[in-house]
Design a protein around this ligand. Structure first.
Ligand code: SF4
Length: 82
């Protein structure tokens, strides 16, 4: 059932991905937040956190943005699993 749902979502241009920020590594530089404001925000401690939840449905543009954020994060705190 899940595979079928994933195929339907991909046809609609919606992707189910797991996005995580390791807050022990994050230094709060803001790069990911500036790059992908739809996905990341500052937490109350000044570190990045995922805006919606850790497993979310995002569109192609935001998915590509998250992939770029993974590469620009200076401490490799962001992981994304499709
Ligand atoms: S780019 Fe990395 S270090 Fe900078 S705020 Fe985002 S998660 Fe934290």
């Amino acid at each position: 059932m899940k595979i079928k749902d994933d195929i339907i979502m991909r046809k609609r241009g919606v992707f189910n991905v797991e996005i995580k920020v390791d807050r022990n590594l994050c230094i709060g530089c803001g790069a990911c937040i500036a790059l992908c404001p739809n996905i990341f925000k500052y937490g109350s401690d000044g570190k990045s956190e995922v805006k919606i939840d850790n497993v979310t449905n995002i569109n192609e543009t935001d998915k590509e943005c998250v992939k770029r954020a993974v590469t620009v994060c200076p401490v490799k705190a962001i992981t994304v699993n499709e």
